[in-house]
Every structure is written in structure tokens, then in C-alpha cells.
Design a protein around this ligand. Structure first.
Ligand SMILES: *Cc1c(COP(=O)(O)O)cnc(C)c1O
Length: 352
């Protein structure tokens, strides 16, 4: 791995003193700098760190017309000694390139991602919150900056990393609607990629669910709508009796880093884990006979997002209020590793 020269242009003034770190809305406050890297003439140019600022694009830039746009979501954590840690960052890097390939975008060399991220983190270290549950949210993204109305892959791209300090993410329990009509993704599609367009397609069905009094949608398979796939933009976990279940990843389901970490931790704790397809009818049956104990979403932002109940074919099913949930237990284990409060036997933590 070659180390890169990264040019740094510092911001004239820091915004940090104007930020209320006790009241951070998710993803609305950004740090002083960002990393920018252009792909042109068939190669990635040297990355630069510049003051956080708007990006100017030609109106014919292909991102606007053909949607070549991908991103990642990760976090940096600070421990009691002000040491900075990332959680499985190579997995985010690899997934960015998996997404890039599917959207016919150029893959990024590892050093551009890792060295660029570490350099930016060192510059913005004062922005990493330390209070319980808070972290610096990291948003690496890539889009087609090349211009022209021709419907073909762009000849120029931009890779950017921006940071947003984020407070503890208490979304509370959410009531979800099991989707019977719309699909998030389809066989042979782009559901496994972290592509912006996947989110665009989710907003309308999610809005319809909200109008009916639900906060989120449980996506089902596009073919039969009989199998559950994801919980909004999170992977889904179900606990029936004392077995923790999640569905296998596929070209319709995003390979979440939180999901696979939860599987490893649960297995290590001796929890019975079953990775298999889950039918909606099984959930209904388990809810009716009392064996359905928990459903939760898993993803970087909230880590674990518990579900209070679900709606299906006009009927609501309530989940029981139980103590010592798998969701809370696994969230604690994963965040303790992320924030350097516990031993990291899996080797996931990366010190910056
Ligand atoms: C990002 C994302 C997830 C969660 O992935 P993590 O790596 O755990 O953050 C799950 N599903 C979808 C659709 C996503 O976009």
C-alpha cells in the first residue's frame, strides 16, 4: 500500500465553537473540512482536503440525469484517552467498490480511501464527540461529475468524504408496515449496492406507510412478497423463542457490517443464530402463539433499532414488552467494541 501525498487547504475559521454538541440533529452539522478526489483522464487524481463547501457541477453532469451515485456510512469513535477508532473500515471500502462496479463507476484504490479518511480524521479530531452513544458520522460518497446528455457512464467522477458529528440516536421503538405491493430491490438489480437511487425508490412507499400511521416499511421479496428482506434501510433480525434469525444476503439485500457483526457476537455469546429465509406467515404464526419475542433493524446509524409491532393485510400485531432483549445486549457488545470499552477479540477496531 503506497502512502499518498494529500494536499491540505485549511479553513480560515473553525465553526466548532458555534456547535451545540448536546443537541446534534443527525446529519445536519458538518465539520470544517472535506476530502475531495477527482477521477478524470482514466485515473484518480491526488486527493485534497479543502474547507467544507458546495460543489459546482455542469447542468448536464450525469449524476443529475442517470443517477450514478453511491455512498457509505460509517463512524469514528473517541475513547476516554482521546484515542480515535474506526470500526471495520476496510469492509466499507470494499463495499464502496462493489457498489461502484455495479453502477459502472471506477473503483477507488484502497490508499485513497483509508489514508484520505485517516488524514481528514486527524485534522477534525476535535469534532469527534465523546459522550455515550455519540460519534462522528462519516459519509464517503462518489458520483458522476462528467457531463453530457448521452445515456452512458460518465467520463469523470468525484469521490468525497464529509463528516457530521452525531449524538446518541434514540429513535425509540418503531411500528412498521410489511410491504405487499412495492419493492426496494429486485433480482439482478442494484439492491446490494449502496446506491442513492435505492433510497429514492423507498421514499414514496415509506411515505404511504407513514400516512397509515407506521414509521417504517419492512421490505419483502419482489416476486411473491411472502418473505421479509430488510427493515427500511437496515437489515432485519427476528427473535423467535431464543433463536435469533436473519435472512441471507442476496443481490436484493445489502450486506450490512452491523448485521454480520451482530451474527458473530451473538454466536460468540452462545445465542442460537439461524440465517435463513423468513416467511411473513411465520411471523404472524409466531406472534399469535407468543413465540415472537423481538424484531429489530441493524445498521450503522442506530446500531439496533427495536420494532414495537407490525401491520400486515390490515391487521396490527404487537410485540411483547420484554426485559433483557437480544437487541439491547448485542447493541451494548458492539458499541463497547467500537468505543474501546471492551476487548476486541474479532480484530474489528482500527486505531487512527
Ligand atoms: C447501509 C444499509 C444497511 C446497513 O449497513 P451497515 O453496514 O450495517 O451500516 C442495511 N440495509 C441497507 C439497504 C443499507 O443501505
Amino acid at each position: 500500500m503506497t502512502s499518498l501525498t494529500i494536499e491540505i487547504e485549511k479553513a480560515k475559521h473553525s465553526k466548532i465553537s458555534s456547535v451545540d454538541f448536546n443537541n446534534l440533529d443527525f446529519g445536519r452539522v458538518f465539520t470544517d473540512h472535506m476530502l475531495e478526489c477527482d477521477y478524470k483522464d482514466g485515473k484518480w487524481q491526488n486527493p485534497k482536503i479543502v474547507p467544507y463547501q458546495p460543489i459546482t457541477l455542469d447542468p448536464s453532469a450525469k449524476i443529475f440525469h442517470y443517477g450514478q451515485s453511491i455512498f457509505e456510512g460509517m463512524k469514528a469513535y473517541k475513547d476516554a484517552n482521546d484515542d480515535i477508532f474506526l470500526f471495520r473500515p476496510i469492509d466499507n471500502f470494499k463495499r464502496l467498490n462493489i457498489s461502484a462496479k455495479r453502477l459502472a463507476m471506477p473503483e477507488l484504490p484502497e490508499a485513497f480511501f483509508m489514508d484520505g479518511l485517516k488524514e481528514l480524521l486527524k485534522l477534525e479530531k476535535d469534532w469527534i464527540p465523546k459522550s455515550d452513544g455519540s460519534a462522528l458520522y462519516i459519509r464517503p460518497f462518489m458520483f458522476a461529475s462528467g457531463s453530457g446528455f448521452h445515456a452512458s457512464p460518465a467520463d469523470a467522477y468525484k469521490f468525497v468524504i464529509a463528516f457530521a458529528p452525531s449524538g446518541a440516536y434514540f429513535s425509540g421503538k418503531v411500528k412498521v408496515l410489511i410491504e405487499e405491493k412495492y419493492s426496494r430491490s429486485a433480482n439482478g438489480g442494484v439492491g446490494f449496492a449502496k446506491a442513492g437511487g435505492n433510497y429514492a425508490g423507498q421514499f414514496y412507499p415509506t411515505q404511504l406507510a407513514k400516512d397509515k400511521g407506521y414509521q417504517q416499511v419492512i421490505w419483502t421479496d419482489d416476486n411473491s412478497h411472502e418473505y421479509i428482506e430488510e427493515a427500511g434501510a437496515m437489515n432485519i433480525f427476528v427473535r423467535i423463542n431464543d433463536t435469533l434469525m436473519t435472512v441471507p444476503t442476496s443481490d436484493r439485500i445489502l450486506d450490512g457490517i452491523t448485521r454480520k457483526s451482530i451474527i458473530s457476537i451473538a454466536e460468540d455469546l452462545g445465542i442460537d443464530v439461524d440465517v435463513r429465509k423468513i416467511k411473513v406467515s411465520e411471523l404472524i404464526e409466531a406472534s399469535e402463539n407468543g413465540s415472537l419475542k423481538e424484531i429489530f433493524g441493524a445498521g450503522t446509524a442506530a446500531v439496533v433499532s427495536p420494532i414495537s409491532g407490525f401491520g400486515y393485510k390490515g391487521k396490527d400485531y404487537q410485540l411483547p414488552e420484554i426485559e433483557n432483549t437480544f437487541g439491547e445486549l448485542l447493541k451494548k457488545h458492539i458499541t463497547d467494541i467500537q468505543t474501546n470499552k471492551s476487548e476486541d477479540k474479532f480484530g474489528w477496531r482500527v486505531k487512527v
